[in-house]
Design a protein around this ligand. Structure first.
Ligand SMILES: [Zn+2]
Length: 667
């Protein structure tokens, strides 16, 4: 995912609008005293095996007994009901017994989902939904009176409907889409929201193949390969079929439906989005998709999923992106008219290997997904844009984000560890940039330790060995040590023995800081220095050869000046570098923050206009806070005007920021 902390805050706000996100983090941390860390995990690893060869439950965020039963195939027969805003239908789980008739019940995760009936091997069965506990929800217990022989597969068919408390689905009104003609829906199951769609073994430690049979009045996209010949007309509705033949964890189950058009953007890729955005989206991605895929394949090995498509969500999508297989779900702010923000796509594509093919077995080892993905993303982009300086430039930006995150948590905080105990913790609450950037730094440190040439041989070995499987940090360590114990690497023996695995996995705070190649960043800071002088005359050529991210680093440096720019300087900045006219929301937003700080009133309407075009919280919340400081009336007017356009989570956050929420009024 590419959410960078926003998901966690948004979710918390939704549940408890009057509390601050930092409080949730503190209370979450205090819920897990240090002596309990990893106890669940260790119990599973050391003592949990009651039957020989049975893999233990090692994910504290599931209540399922997946040590006794494992889902092998899932069939989702679901109807998307836009009027009632729910999914209804049946889901069939095919579970393989891991014991020899020892287990007499199947326990599944569920959360705010209505179960109407459950059949076991086509016969009505005894089942019960047990009381809800946080953060893991309400387990569904299904009796299997005779048990099943080891290796035998039983079929569990569940009739169900989602509820209005479902945490996995977002329903947009026509007003929240760009052509305002039809409603739109999409799912977001990471981390533990799949259980809110249907009862399942909602753990990344279990992988299943999928059949999707989805009925909707609008076009459907799912995390499987479309089976177009089998789309059936059912009067007002259509049945859309998809297949996912690569086993995937539950958090990668994904659906979206609405007025969706598609256009090719590469040999294996199409872009799907609203008809109004199709042309611009196609232009933005065309040409680069094949390059990204080829670069990634060169680093790891050939792409194994068939198609790689991108679904660009409506402007009110509040997040960055989600690596749902076959169809990455992406923020529309990547469509910036300058191809400068599509690094999100390199990130989500990299997940096709790290995360989707090779998966962390629980959210405690999430860095295996995101740290590796940041590493691959930077390798992909460096190979396309030309080398190490680009890699380091991106890593420098990441390091800054990591420093900020660790500063915000406090450097002793549990959530600043690479491996984070999740006992009693909702993974969304522990979500931050830490697993991304601290994970990246660990992977990169191993790369530098053994040398690029050697590390490049390890990469396909690791991803090959763990394809279609899930692993923990210790299995990663074992794999690394095993690979480099080969005789041809004997000269690396001392270096490898020097790796502080325990320190890397369990220390809080920043990891050791590497030497960066700062050449691409230095020019940004040098230009910013020049702007400190009031008589500096800017010229478009100052930034003409720069990437969008370089301009961003420069703008952030200017924003951090002790003294704001004068109104004249700020206007000259916008004009000389084409910032006020830019379609790039990243650059435009950064510029408007400088303009607002300079009290350049001529820019305020531009801020208001931008706030009517983007719904990604990364931009919306800071812009509203900025506008509120300089022109509260315009801020309130802009919010009222766009209220229906924003996603409910975003709307609620902005209400709080502007002090117009009901909670704020009553307190
Ligand atoms: Zn990611």
């Amino acid at each position: 995912m590419w959410g960078r902390g926003f998901l966690q805050r948004a979710r918390f706000a939704q549940l408890s609008p009057s509390s601050s996100s930092s409080r949730s983090l503190l209370s979450a941390a205090s819920a897990a005293p240090p002596n309990l860390l990893y106890s669940h995990y260790q119990r599973g690893r050391w003592f949990g095996c009651s039957t020989a060869n049975m893999a233990p439950v090692r994910d504290p965020n599931t209540l399922s007994n997946y040590d006794a039963w494992r889902t092998r195939h899932t069939t989702a027969n679901l109807k998307i009901d836009f009027t009632a805003k729910c999914l209804r239908g049946s889901v069939i789980l095919e579970l393989e017994s891991q014991t020899d008739k020892a287990s007499k019940e199947i326990v599944l995760d569920s959360s705010y989902v209505t179960v109407n009936s459950i059949k076991l091997n086509s016969a009505p069965s005894l089942w019960e939904t047990k009381a809800r506990t946080e953060p893991n929800g309400s387990p569904v217990h299904i009796a299997v009176p005779e048990g099943a022989a080891k290796g035998e597969v039983v079929k569990v068919e569940i009739e169900l409907a989602t509820t209005d408390k479902c945490t996995a689905l977002q329903w947009l009104t026509p007003a929240q889409t760009s052509d305002k003609a039809a409603p739109f829906m999409f799912s977001q199951c990471q981390a533990i929201h799949a259980r809110s769609l249907f009862p399942c073994q909602d753990t990344p430690d279990v992988k299943s193949t999928y059949d999707f049979n989805i009925t909707s009045p609008y076009v459907v996209v799912a995390s499987g390969v479309p089976v177009p010949d089998e789309t059936k007309d059912l009067g007002e509705e259509k049945l859309y079929k998809f297949q996912q033949k690569v086993p995937i964890p539950s958090y990668l189950f994904a659906l979206s439906s609405g007025e969706i058009a598609s256009a090719p953007v590469g040999k294996r890729s199409c872009v799907c989005t609203g008809p109004n955005e199709l042309k611009a989206s196609q232009w933005e991605l065309e040409g680069d998709m094949d390059k990204f895929l080829e670069a990634a394949e060169k680093i790891v090995f050939p792409y194994r999923w068939g198609e790689y498509n991108v679904l660009v969500l409506p402007p009110s999508f509040p997040y960055g992106g989600m690596e749902n297989p076959i169809f990455t779900f992406a923020t529309p702010t990547i469509i910036s008219g300058d191809k400068q923000n599509i690094d999100v796509i390199a990130h989500e594509l990299a997940h096709s290997w790290s995360g989707n093919l090779v998966t962390s077995c629980s959210w405690e080892h999430f860095w295996l997904n995101e740290g590796w993905t940041m590493y691959l993303e930077r390798r992909i982009l460096a190979s396309i844009h030309g080398g190490d300086a680009h890699f380091d430039f991106s890593a420098i930006r990441g390091w800054k984000a990591l420093e900020e995150a660790i500063k915000e948590y406090g450097e002793d905080h549990e959530f600043t560890k690479l491996c984070i105990s999740h006992k009693g913790i909702d993974p969304d609450d522990a979500f931050s940039t830490v697993p991304y950037e601290k994970g990246f730094h660990f992977v990169w440190s191993l790369d530098r330790l053994v040398g690029r040439e050697n590390f490049d041989k390890f990469i396909p070995y690791y991803f090959g060995k763990w394809s279609n499987k899930s692993l923990d940090s210790y299995e990663f360590k074992d794999t690394f040590l095993e690979f480099f114990s080969a005789p041809e690497y004997s000269d690396l023996k001392d270096k490898i023995a020097s790796i502080d695995w325990e320190g890397r996995f369990h220390s809080t705070g920043l990891p050791p800081k590497p030497e960066f190649d700062t050449s691409l960043a230095d020019v940004c800071y040098e230009l910013a220095e020049k702007w400190k002088s009031k008589d500096f005359t800017p010229s478009p050529s100052d930034v003409a050869s720069w990437t969008g991210n370089q301009v961003l680093v420069f703008l952030n440096a200017v924003q951090d000046f002790e003294e704001p720019l004068t109104v004249e300087q700020s206007q000259a900045l916008g004009k000389a570098y084409g910032l006020s006219e830019s379609k790039n929301a990243e650059l435009k937003a950064a510029y408007y923050h400088i303009a607002m700080r300079s009290k350049d009133a001529s820019a305020y309407q531009g801020v208001a206009d931008l706030l009517g075009e983007v719904g990604r919280m990364k931009f919306v919340r800071p812009l509203f806070r900025g506008l509120n400081k300089v022109d509260r009336e315009l801020a309130l007017k802009t919010f009222e005007k766009n209220r229906e356009f924003y996603h409910p989570i975003c709307r609620q956050m902005v209400e709080k920021d502007l002090g117009v929420s009901e909670a704020a009024n009553s307190s």
